[in-house]
Ligand binder design. Structure first.
Ligand code: FAD
Length: 399
């Protein structure tokens, strides 16, 4: 079989579906291909099943990229309010969980259905379970050899996403194609991903699996104050997921277990005065989940910070050591859970060679890259979908 289309889009995820519908509404004949059995699988899995589909407070500062200016134009041209208008038009109920973080009130299925309905209304020709064998370009067209046969198109849009969660269809195909066209692919790594721990620390924390508390975590000049969650493998929760995108193998993390204390040393000194016969451990058990407080006291003892039975007997040096350990608890994670559970891929196609207006490859106008396959990675909180929508619409409007 030989087919022709104005535009072929590879990848029926968030960015691919959005781009396909927008381009189709503009009268382009769009063929959307995906090797997976179902479209938008990550949308379904996202936000714990309730898809954090955008963030009203999105700014370019919420994205990590070697070229921080690249995302500005697209984010300005398609804002969170534009996507919200679409959500409201489809009658999808939503809730604001954290500041600006909009989630489906019921299920991510609402956003998946929105994308499929828009693609259907616009007349997109969607073909799942389709593999792409090769891509060649001429001066003004693209030829693809696929499991559907040969396809000739005026333009190719690559929306194959990153490497995270291979079981949801993720591949490095987009990166390989970029290399075929001579583009640089910046080193990739797992982002928004839980940490694993070395055996000694894991032995203390794994029995507390399921406990959560708000902490501040710092690494490489970035700090996030959000909940930490102890898991049977290591540390997760929003604070740890956020910082994982700034962490590199071998780096240390610093956790402040009591981020809301204004002057912890002073608090401890007051405690010594007011409750001389008590033990600091009981006080810590009121600030943090009790079992976590006990585990921290045990860990501190292993580090040589042993608290006396009675607060009154604690020296100033001991109080300083305790305050410092609780506010700046430094440890080296063993690693991360990797792409198996990561929400995003850091790095990717170097945007220096891509137009921030059209998403076309400079000097190869008929080939475009959008979404997560590019070196643009959002923080946790709905920013990654906003990037998928914004890059898709900016590209489609210029096809
Ligand atoms: C568990 C999880 C939860 C998340 N939660 C959120 C959230 O709540 N909010 C948020 O903003 N972000 C969230 N994200 C991130 C968000 O899902 C991604 O950033 C976003 O889906 C990227 O969109 P994309 O279209 O670029 O890529 P994807 O959505 O990954 O789509 C890529 C598509 O390309 C297809 N494909 C890949 N390789 C090939 C190939 N060789 N041939 C043909 N097709 C191919 C895939 O099958 C897939 O359909 C989450 C991610 C995960 C994994």
């Amino acid at each position: 079989m030989s087919k022709t289309a104005d535009v072929v889009i590879i990848g029926a995820g968030a960015a691919g579906l959005m781009c396909a519908a927008t381009a189709s509404y503009q009268g382009r004949h769009v063929l959307l291909l995906d090797h997976s059995d179902k479209p938008a699988k990550k949308v379904l899995m996202s936000g714990g099943g309730r898809c954090n589909f955008t963030n009203l407070n999105t700014t370019p500062a919420n994205f990590i990229s070697a070229n921080p200016y690249f995302c500005i134009s697209a984010l300005k041209r398609y804002t969170p309010h534009d996507f919200l208008e679409l959500v409201e038009r489809h009658g999808i109920d939503y809730v604001e969980k954290g500041p600006g973080q909009l989630f489906c009130a019921n299920s991510s299925k609402g956003i998946q259905q929105l994308l499929l309905t828009e693609a259907d209304w616009a007349g997109v020709d969607l073909r799942m379970k389709t593999s792409i064998n090769s891509v060649t370009t001429t001066a003004d067209s693209v030829q693809l050899s696929t499991s559907l046969g040969t396809i000739d198109a005026g333009a190719l849009v690559v929306a194959t996403g990153g490497l995270s969660i291979p079981t949801l269809g993720a591949t490095g195909w987009g990166y390989d194609l970029a290399r075929q066209f001579g583009l640089d692919v910046l080193p990739t790594s797992a982002g928004l991903v839980p940490f694993t721990l070395h055996p000694e620390l894991k032995a203390h924390l794994a029995p507390l699996s399921g406990l959560s508390c708000t902490v501040s975590v710092t690494c490489n000049g970035q700090t996030f104050t959000e909940p930490l969650l102890i898991t049977h493998r290591g540390l997760s929760g929003p604070a740890l997921l956020q910082i994982s995108s700034y962490w590199q193998a071998g780096d240390e993390l610093s956790i402040n277990w009591l981020p809301h204390a204004n002057n912890l040393l002073n608090d401890l000194q007051q405690l010594r005065l007011q409750h001389p016969r008590a033990h600091f451990g009981s006080w810590l058990g009121e600030q943090l989940p009790k079992r976590l407080a006990t585990a921290l006291i045990n860990l501190l003892e292993e580090q040589g910070i042993k608290l006396p039975e009675r607060n009154a007997d604690a020296s100033n040096n001991q109080l300083e050591a305790l305050a410092n350990a609780l506010e700046n608890w430094v440890f080296k994670p063993a690693g991360t859970e990797g792409y198996r559970t990561a929400e995003v891929t850091l790095g990717g196609i170097d945007t220096q060679q891509i137009s921030s207006q059209t998403f076309a490859v400079k000097n190869l106008e008929q080939v475009r890259f959008i979404g997560e396959v590019l070196d643009v990675t959002g923080q946790l909180g709905g920013y990654n979908f906003q990037w998928a929508w914004a890059s898709a619409v900016a590209c489609a409007k210029n096809l």
